[in-house]
Design a protein around this ligand. Structure first.
Ligand SMILES: NC(=O)c1ccc[n+]([C@@H]2O[C@H](COP(=O)([O-])OP(=O)(O)OC[C@H]3O[C@@H](n4cnc5c(N)ncnc54)[C@H](O)[C@@H]3O)[C@@H](O)[C@H]2O)c1
Ligand SMILES: N[C@H](C(=O)O)[C@H](O)COP(=O)(O)O
Length: 314
């Protein structure tokens, strides 16, 4: 049976990423994992928490200085980004079957003078692909029409063209990566009550409706634009294969509020599978040994599944 070879990037060295990676490497997992990061720091983190770590393959990106749990240091930012870029490059070149990433501290990367809004955006730029961020847990997939940008910039970032691209990437990925022959996608409105016929905003009338109509003519099964406040009612969700939210905090709190341990963050549209944890660096508990590795385990399992699925499809 195909056992995918996945890159595992721990992310911010002062966050929970290294200890979560150590926990995963110490147990059974459904892939061959190659760590891209500071392997020595990972071993130290494991030793401090009493985790017996086996030997593991690593591509070394040493921290510039020893990390203090809970206190990100901008001097370590370059190594975090270099590890991400190298792991992604190896995926693009076919040396690795997929990419799994731990949490990255966005502000710390920027404090080092490196422009970075998120790994999704970094990978899209490197691969020169249109991508979609989708967080998923059993029973709910939430994709985003816009990702990491100030709320003030959201309406201007949503155009008919950007929505068309997002919906095409999402639809194609639900079909090819998830095996859903005719995906049903619920598209949320941007404004309260989906604009209330234009009384509470016109983006639904001028941007969202026309694009949904165009794609429906091609056979896409699109619902909406739906009022976001009721679209996630439990009796509605089973009818949707994915919900497309217009912005980050319209969709993600719904998904994360039911438990960060089962959800993962998938980048759709890349030439390789990329899956991340659904949580952040958790600086408040880093180094204490209490961080839950479930999301990282789920990310590895999902990336392995996608890699195997793509291999069998090719
Ligand atoms: N995948 C990623 O790279 C990713 C995802 C989300 C946030 N972030 C970044 O992480 C940083 C901190 O973000 P935040 O504080 O908003 O969110 P966070 O997810 O780091 O923390 C929110 C709360 O959840 C808890 N938590 C998080 N992960 C946990 C785990 N594995 N086990 C137990 N408890 C856990 C934390 O202790 C905290 O109380 C920010 O820089 C943010 O941009 C990165
Ligand atoms: N939006 C993501 C989340 O809330 O989980 C996150 O910040 C990380 O996304 P990237 O992996 O694309 O940086």
């Amino acid at each position: 049976m195909f056992r995918p070879r996945l890159a595992l990037v721990p992310g911010e060295p002062a966050g929970v990423g290294p200890e979560l990676c150590a926990r995963i490497l110490a147990g059974a997992h459904p892939a061959e994992l190659v760590v891209y990061g500071d392997a020595g720091a990972l071993r130290e983190s494991a030793a401090k928490l009493g985790i017996a770590l086996p030997a593991f393959p690593a591509v070394e990106f040493p921290n510039a200085i020893a990390a203090t749990p809970g206190q990100p240091d901008p001097r370590n930012a370059a190594a975090v980004i270099a590890a991400l870029e190298a792991a992604a490059r190896d995926c693009l070149d076919g040396r690795i079957d997929g990419l799994v990433t731990g949490p990255v501290h966005k502000a710390n990367i920027n404090a080092a003078g490196i422009a970075y809004t998120g790994t999704t955006e970094l990978l899209a730029k490197q691969a020169r692909r249109d991508v979609v961020m989708m967080l998923a847990r059993p029973g709910l997939r939430v994709a985003l029409a816009t990702t990491h940008l100030p709320l003030r910039a959201v309406p201007d970032a949503i155009s008919q063209a950007s929505l068309e691209t997002t919906l095409r990437v999402l639809h194609a990925s639900l079909r090819t990566d998830f095996g859903i022959a005719s995906p049903v996608i619920a598209v949320l409105g941007l404004n309260p009550h989906a604009g209330e016929d234009g009384v509470l905003g016109r983006e639904e009338i001028e941007t969202i409706h026309p694009m949904l109509a165009k794609l429906r003519n091609e056979g896409f099964d699109l619902r909406g634009p739906l009022p976001a406040d009721t679209a996630f009612l439990p009796d509605k969700l089973p009818g949707f294969d994915a919900v497309l939210a217009m912005y980050h905090d319209q969709g993600l709190p719904v998904l994360k509020s039911t438990g960060i341990e089962h959800a993962v963050n998938i980048t759709l549209g890349l030439p390789y599978p990329r899956v991340a944890v659904d949580h952040g660096t958790a600086l408040d508990i880093a180094g204490k040994g209490i961080a839950d590795p479930s999301s990282l385990f789920a990310a590895i399992a999902e990336c392995a599944r996608m890699a195997a699925h793509r291999k069998s499809a090719s």
